[in-house]
Design a protein around this ligand. Structure first.
Ligand code: PHE
Length: 387
């Protein structure tokens, strides 16, 4: 439990001199050597740009965890030092950010990104330098397939696609669905594919399959084709900026069937963009702040007190990724790359605010999905679906 983790950290503070003298120099990277006063952790996130709320939330959750760990004495007697780079929500920037974190800052591990395409860009660099990377929230299966130093603390899209296909068929009773996906996003294309496979094999029909490019503002051509196909619902596996505009424009065109999607909808900016047009729509995600477990409620309280906002899924996953990394450094007895990799791979039943985390043989976490609906301009909990 996390309380045990804190106790252990407190105990380790008392044992610092013993642990430091027992440290073997060969197992130390520059930033964990005896003369380095901190353990440097890198983070790359979309703090600005089209998915700014993703990076801001994951960063805030990560920072809250790092500060809590440090307040309890740090890890192996040293404070964590979080070094954060903004990748501007832009392709090309994750590689720049991660090279800087590894080459100039000598970080022992990298946390990030939320968006799968940006994690896919950075992962080969972390793998090449054997610096463990933990994505808090990237759900495309290919992210961790890059190599054995790449991990994630969330579920993957074959599961998320199945959850939403079953929900559409069995709960919303939709027999025919249109799909509208973003060709520039690995996440969107993957989730669309996994959704369609399940929906069709379970007896549903895909009556329109349309595309857009992330950054587009006008979706009227695609929505006109979708309307002509007369679907019972529209699956939109995209990110919030486009999803909000798609909802608005579909209602303007008189397309009034339910829309639904995945975790990419979750943003405090979704409703300000899509407004009333999103009422009664659904999406799947990783976390609900309404979860009554004491661990979730104390996280929600600490986050809300500090930031004046209720945490979303990316905040919760960022928080879990930092706590898991700290726990793995502790279990590894240091932050040397291969030992830290092995400790991360051995993670079993780690208690996160997004659920229990066990790394499977693909370095993915199998965890429940949460379905939320938009009601009165707010996200409301509908149900939790176990893997
Ligand atoms: N799962 C999305 C991706 O892989 C990112 C995301 C996670 C967005 C959680 C919102 C919430 O790109």
């Amino acid at each position: 439990m996390k309380s045990n983790f804190f106790l252990t950290v407190v105990w380790l503070v008392a044992a610092v001199p013993v642990l430091l003298t027992g440290c073997s120099p060969s197992s130390s990277s520059p930033s964990t050597s005896q003369d380095s006063p901190t353990i440097k952790i890198g983070e790359f996130a979309s703090l600005t740009g089209s998915e700014a709320t993703f990076g801001q939330s994951s960063h805030q959750g990560t920072q809250l965890a790092v500060d809590a760990i440090n307040a309890a004495g740090g890890v192996l007697g040293k404070p964590l030092e979080l070094i954060t780079e903004d990748d501007l929500s832009q392709a090309g920037q994750p590689a720049v950010a991660v090279r800087k974190l590894i080459a100039s800052d000598s970080v022992v591990a990298v946390l990030g990104e939320v968006a799968s395409s940006r994690s896919l860009e950075a992962a080969p660099i972390c793998q090449e330098y054997k610096v463990p990377m933990i994505s808090p929230a990237s759900t495309n299966p290919r992210v961790t397939q890059v190599g054995d130093y790449i991990f994630r603390v969330c579920f993957i899209d074959p599961f998320q696609g199945t959850v939403m296909a079953d929900f559409a068929l069995n709960t919303l009773h939709l027999k025919s669905v249109a799909v509208l996906s973003d060709v520039r996003s690995d996440y969107s294309l993957g989730l669309a594919r996994f959704f369609k496979e399940r929906f069709v094999s379970a007896g549903g029909r895909i009556v329109a399959d349309e595309n857009y490019s992330g950054g587009d503002k006008d979706f009227s051509a695609q929505l006109t084709s979708i309307k002509a196909a007369n679907p019972d619902g529209v699956f939109v596996p995209g990110y919030y900026t486009e999803v909000g505009l798609i909802a608005l424009q579909s209602r303007q065109l008189g397309l009034s069937v339910p829309m639904f999607g995945g975790d990419g909808w979750e943003s405090s900016s979704l409703v300000p963009i899509g407004g009333q047009a999103l009422e009664g729509d659904y999406f799947s995600t990783h976390f609900s702040p309404d979860d009554s477990s004491p661990m979730v409620q104390s996280f929600v309280k600490a986050y809300t007190q500090r930031y004046g906002q209720i945490p979303d899924a990316m905040a919760a996953l960022g928080y879990d990724s930092a706590f898991l990394l700290a726990d793995a450094i502790k279990r590894a007895g240091g932050a040397e790359g291969s030992k830290l990799r092995d400790a991360l791979a051995a993670t079993t039943n780690f208690p996160g605010v997004t659920g229990s985390i066990t790394m499977d043989s693909h370095r993915d976490a199998s965890k429940p999905a949460v379905i939320l609906t938009i009601s009165g301009g707010h996200f409301k909990y509908v149900k939790t679906i176990a893997p």
